[in-house]
Design a protein around this ligand. Sequence first.
Ligand code: ITT
Length: 205
Amino acid sequence: MKLTIIAATRNQHKLKELNRLLKGTNLRLRSLDDFPAMPEVVENGRTLEANALKKARAVAKALALPALSDDSGLFVPALQGKPGVRSARYAGPKCDYAANNRKLLQAMRQFTGRQRRAYFATTLALVWPGKKSLTWTGRLSGKITSAPAGGNGFGYDPVFIPTGHQVTLAQMSLNEKNKISHRSRALAKAALYFKKQLEKKTLKG
Ligand code: ITT
């Protein structure tokens, strides 16, 4: 039995990572590109969980279909947790990934050694229309580099070296990133839930 869920994200990079992770499983994501009229959700929550639930609830309600959202961020303790829940708009409302990375590296210039520690976090939210909501979180620890490196991935990948590795996430292939990433760790937890549900045959295929 195959289960289809709407991916409540407009971020094509996230979608690509999630789809690769779900390859060979019973879960299939349908993109929001199939629903262009779906309005943007204002991400004004104070936590990843609040924003993830808001995004999934909006899609589940509008389309009357189960929705899975992803809210992610990079957290730097030396910067009091910034860019954090505002990771997408760290350098301004309409900024791009390069501007965010420039601002981050500038803010980190004064820090050395352990002060350059950071972690990525992803919270996935699953909402069934009119029914229960569930969330799962995954984290990846590492450090901020002094200059960007690598052309793969997206967002802050070029400035982040995971603990135990020598290269940035942007210097890794998609499969290498997916083996260790915050997103894959959150999805692995979600997969246990889906497996149980499918075994119980409580979901429609
Ligand atoms: P949706 O809300 O449509 O899902 P978004 O890009 O706005 O897309 P977020 O609100 O979760 O997503 O923003 C998180 C930002 O954090 C994102 O724009 C990237 O800059 C960064 N980010 C998230 N996941 C990342 C990853 O795996 N690697 C590097 N940067 C990431």
